[in-house]
Ligand binder design. Sequence first.
Ligand code: ZN
Length: 157
Amino acid sequence: MAMAKCKECKQEVSSKAKVCPHCGVKNPTITAKDQFVGAIILVVIIAGLWIWLSGDSEPEKAPDQIAAEKTEPQPSQAKTLKGGYGACISEDLFDQLTSAAVNNDERAINYLMSNGCLMTKAGVPISVLDTSWGTAKVRAYVGDQAVVLWTNIENIQ
Ligand SMILES: [Zn+2]
């Protein structure tokens, strides 16, 4: 067992001793210098962890988690369309498209698809402007054009 001198009474104590057996001081072999070095190392570790945690690696989210966040729109977050869902240039048209889809009304769907609605492609960059009741209002970026669309909340990823 390594021996060291007590910082208080200068008598030999085990370097692992938590209390000096001679004078009773706590941590007899840990000097103020050791504590200072320890504190510096701790700060470096915390700083390293902080940099690592605040890195640009965005936590991955499952699609159902995104749907669960529909009450908290996050316009600043870069998202894209999943594709395969209809989207319309107004909320009213999107409501009509939704009921046409629910009623399996193919004529109405076809009419709306050539009058203000479209089938979205995957990977279109968007900003989420608003979400409510399963409907999302998004700004979609196509080339250098931006268009406001209403679509299913499931269409956002
Ligand atoms: Zn001592």
